[in-house]
Design a protein around this ligand. Structure first.
Ligand code: BGC
Length: 445
């Protein structure tokens, strides 16, 4: 009989969320303003009440506990904590204290993200991340927030997906501030990097034993046509810009071109205690002679299996092997790895159980090969407001009707509960939820 795939003792099982996507009525940030513009969001959707967490997050914390989760990644909303420059709202901080306490009472260890795509309106009005002062402004917010919440949280993500934020906002221009301007994009990236570095040191000053990192979105970028050098070159350029420049800067402190001329910044050196990875899919890049797309166009493997996002969406191809590959690549940093996000849009849950098992199988392979993976956070618990895709993509283990706020578990919720409860994947589970994967996950000896 095959042995179950056992995960290390103390492995973190959780889901991930972000404030603007779940809290509701976050009207004091730039995303709320953006949502009001006609055509900005699929079907004219708005975040509105979102998942009503500002009032009722605890009801979803109960669901997490029922799923045997021992950790949860959530973010705090800067525009609530610092609604006007330098004024910190004690009630908002108290609400976050209640949330973190509520998680801990249920045996769920919080991991808190300090920046997940949203900024207060006042910060935007002062030029947002294009302004050099953004670094000091963010530092002041981090300091106050960590002072207020630090006794309840030891693991922090400074900035979520900095390069996604830059690419969508200053390169593709489909998120606020809606620009296409490469030079400014690089300037914003530098400010985000320095803000991360300052946040890292601030948190450690306040909490020497804290674990601090960022959540890096990785898409691997592979050439589309095997053997085609131009495809490989275009994919390499995207990987360099989207993935490497940030990570290497936080390792050896050097800003490589096009961010800088190899200049070294002491404040950036070794500024992550764990490598946070957000993984959804692999991009297959085809060369196109167009500098405005960085000479590449993202496509899917011919015949590859796609999720609900289909050909138009950003989270499309089923590529569990990518998770294993990334874990191997980040070994070089000798830091623990946390999968800070991984999930797929799947309204009717006909792919998610197989998807979940296939990805966790790859993660287990990585652990077996010696990578120190400490946790996995599925995106996400309950369907939420998916930025430019509005309510059009459904990532939840629970289905949500945003009008009635009614939640219904999808079959994957039961699967994830059993995995977390047993800290393992058994042949019986695979047989029940995704029998087609049995020969791959538990090959006959
Ligand atoms: C983001 C989340 C988002 C998820 C799925 C990630 O890029 O961090 O905020 O909802 O992808 O779209």
């Amino acid at each position: 009989m095959s042995q179950p795939l056992a995960f290390p003792a103390g492995f973190l099982w959780g889901t991930a969320t972000a404030a603007h996507q779940v809290e509701g009525n976050n009207f004091n940030n730039q995303w709320w303003a953006f949502e009001q513009q006609p055509g900005a969001i699929w079907h004219g959707d708005r975040s509105g009440l979102a998942c009503d967490w500002w009032r009722h997050a605890e009801q979803d914390f109960d669901r997490m506990a029922q799923l045997h989760q021992n950790s949860h990644r959530l973010s705090v909303e800067w525009s609530r904590i610092e609604p006007t420059p330098g004024h910190f709202d004690a009630q908002a901080l108290d609400r976050y204290r209640a949330m973190l306490g509520g998680l801990r009472e249920r045996g769920i260890i919080p991991l808190v993200t300090l920046h997940h795509f949203t900024n207060p309106l006042w910060f935007e009005e002062k030029g947002g991340w294009e302004n050099r002062e953004s670094v000091a402004r963010f530092q002041r917010f981090v300091e106050r927030t960590v002072q207020a919440l630090g006794d309840l949280c030891q693991r922090w993500v400074t900035i979520n997906e900095p390069m996604v934020y830059v690419a969508q906002g200053w390169f593709k221009g489909i998120w606020p501030p809606g620009k296409s301007d490469f030079r400014t994009a690089m300037q914003v990236t530098r400010h985000l990097l320095f803000a991360h570095g300052e946040a890292y040191h601030t948190i450690h000053r306040l909490q020497p034993r804290a674990q601090v990192g960022y959540a890096k979105h990785v898409r691997l970028f592979q050439g589309l046509r095997p053997g085609n050098r131009l495809d490989r070159y275009a994919a390499g350029l995207k990987r360099w810009l989207f993935e490497h420049v940030w990570v290497v800067a936080t390792d050896d402190g050097r800003l490589r071109p096009p961010l800088g001329l190899n200049t070294c910044h002491a404040s950036l050196i070794d500024t992550f205690d764990f490598m946070g990875i957000n993984y959804y899919t692999v991009d297959r890049t085809r060369f196109v002679p167009n500098p405005f797309t960085l000479f590449g166009q993202e496509q899917f493997t011919p015949g590859g299996e796609l999720s609900d996002a289909g050909r138009d969406g950003p989270f499309a191809e089923f590529r569990p092997d990518g998770l294993y590959q990334i874990c191997q690549e980040v070994r070089q940093f000798h830091k623990p790895v946390i999968i800070t996000e991984n999930g797929l849009p799947d309204q009717d849950d006909d792919q998610r159980p197989r998807w979940l098992l296939a990805h966790l199988h790859q993660l287990h392979r990585a652990i077996q090969s010696g990578v120190d993976v400490q946790g996995y956070f599925h995106w996400t618990l309950v369907d939420n407001f998916e930025w430019a895709e509005g309510w059009g993509l459904r990532f939840g283990l629970f289905r949500l009707d945003p009008k009635t706020q009614e939640r219904t578990p999808r079959p994957s919720a039961g699967l994830y509960r059993e995995i977390a409860q047993g800290n393992s994947i058994t042949p019986a589970l695979v047989e029940r939820y995704a029998p087609s994967l049995l020969p791959q996950i538990f090959p006959k000896q």
